[in-house]
Design a protein around this ligand. Structure first.
Ligand SMILES: Cc1cc2nc3c(=O)[nH]c(=O)nc-3n(C[C@H](O)[C@H](O)[C@H](O)COP(=O)(O)OP(=O)(O)OC[C@H]3O[C@@H](n4cnc5c(N)ncnc54)[C@H](O)[C@@H]3O)c2cc1C
Length: 410
């Protein structure tokens, strides 16, 4: 074990690993990039994280760079959850759903919890977070740091439902962030510590660059675009939007409070596949009037590869029997509190799909088998990954954007 690993192991309650196999495991995420860290640390509580951050900070002050990369599930598709130095895996222990306040309809959750755990815990009280991103394994901290879009279109994004967050800063200090008044901002900027410095500098940055910041699209995914939403017209101040899309660079998010609501809608799904990209686009345009909550687009090649490895999907079997090529597959989800309205919309969408020659429609039945099959379709990347370890031709599910079909031509 390296000297540093031994030193840190003696100072934190959580675990520190410098084993080669562990370092290899953490040298990749879901991108094609690879960087092997020197240590993997599993903190057990905030003090552990604080000690790790302080250690790295003090080394940096002496000119030695031993960076810390926070990691949740490690599903990042852009290499942001790998790094040299220390990988701080908060998903192992900092993952508790702490409190569901039914009166305030909020849930207090640690950032290493994944959405499956969180949503299951609150569903037991008939609550949901409609802004949850797609993907059950990804963590709350990862979703915030990546500013992931929500799975469903019609309820806004996660950034709108996180009201408080606890963050360990790069020097090891802990701060609590959320919306504060003009008066509270004055108190914060008067602080003589790192927190005070952060509030002072960000406030000055916003004031000095007001016009420029006004032009930023605050809803864009990356690059600190949330700066556009930090200061309100009324002088209120909220650092939370800045953490959305910050890729772990501003601090370690340890805990957040998220707004929930009672589950009122059910979602029905339909899998529609096309032999032709233009048809898929036209179908997509036509069904927009039904405001589907979910539209996910998959390259047919992904299913070809999955079928070649032995998978059987009903929609693919239907197409095979009709000798149809599968260019694009759309998964459409319709939600409403009224089952009749869902049925009516589904019927209309089915009619539209039928207009396109070479399209097939599969509507999962209301049973466990169908639900599992639908899940496996939406998670087709996992099947390909299990098959080859690497996906060479992945097209990521596209959410909330329009991409001309020509762009998919290879
Ligand atoms: C535009 C875009 C859209 C995507 N949409 C989806 C989607 O809808 N569904 C899906 O499953 N995947 C999606 N992904 C992939 C996505 O990147 C990962 O699923 C996502 O990172 C999930 O969280 P994670 O726990 O795997 O985070 P990780 O991969 O572990 O970390 C991602 C980033 O968050 C930082 N981070 C993690 N935890 C914390 C924390 N507690 N505090 C501070 N920083 C932290 C990491 O340092 C890293 O920069 C999308 C990727 C992109 C680029």
């Amino acid at each position: 074990m390296s000297k540093i690993a031994k030193y840190l192991n003696g100072h934190i309650i959580g675990e520190v690993s410098a084993r080669e196999t562990r370092l290899k495991q953490f040298s990749t995420d879901r991108s094609f990039l690879k960087i092997q860290p020197e240590l993997v640390v599993y903190p057990r509580f905030n003090e552990d994280i604080q000690k790790i951050m302080r250690f790295s900070w003090q080394l940096a002050e002496k000119g030695h760079i031993f960076g810390v990369t926070t990691r949740g599930y490690g599903g990042s598709t852009d290499g942001s959850s790998i790094g040299k130095g220390i990988i701080l895996d908060i998903s192992r222990h900092i993952n508790k759903v702490k409190e569901l306040d039914l009166r305030a309809k909020t849930v207090q959750v640690q950032a290493g919890a994944n959405f499956q755990k969180l949503n299951l815990a609150i569903a037991s009280q008939a609550m949901e977070i409609p802004q949850s991103p797609a993907g059950e394994r990804l963590t709350v901290g990862g979703a915030i740091a990546m500013n992931l879009p929500s799975e469903k279109f019609n309820y806004g994004d996660l950034v709108n439902s996180v009201s408080e967050a606890e963050v360990v800063l790069s020097n090891g200090d802990i701060i609590n962030i959320g919306k504060i008044s003009r008066k509270e901002l004055s108190e914060k900027t008067a602080l003589s510590n790192f927190e005070g410095e952060i509030y002072r500098k960000i406030d000055t940055l916003i004031e000095d660059n007001y016009n420029l910041i006004q032009q930023i699209d605050g809803d864009s995914s990356f690059g600190y675009s949330g700066i556009a939403n930090v200061k309100g017209e009324d002088g209120t101040f909220n650092l939370i939007p800045l953490f959305f899309g910050s890729l772990g660079t501003l601090g370690v998010i340890t805990e957040v409070k998220i707004q929930t609501r009672y589950i009122i809608n059910e979602t029905n799904f339909m899998v529609v596949s096309f032999s032709n990209r233009d048809d898929a686009r036209d179908f997509n345009d036509e069904i927009a009037k039904f405001a589907p909550d979910i539209v996910e687009l998959f390259d047919g090649k992904m299913f070809e590869a999955a079928v070649a490895s032995g998978k059987k999907y009903q929609f693919y079997l239907d197409r095979n029997s009709q000798k149809l090529a599968t260019k694009l597959v759309l998964v459409v989800g319709i939600s409403d509190k009224n089952a009749k309205k869902i049925a009516s919309k589904m019927h209309k969408i089915e009619k539209i799909a039928n207009k396109f020659e070479g399209s097939t429609i599969w509507i999962p039945e209301d049973n466990e088998h169908s639900k599992a099959e639908l899940e496996s379709i939406r998670d087709v990347r996992e099947i390909l990954r299990a098959r080859s370890g690497v996906i060479k031709q992945e097209i990521y599910p596209i959410q909330g954007v329009y991409v001309p079909m020509e762009r998919f031509e290879t």
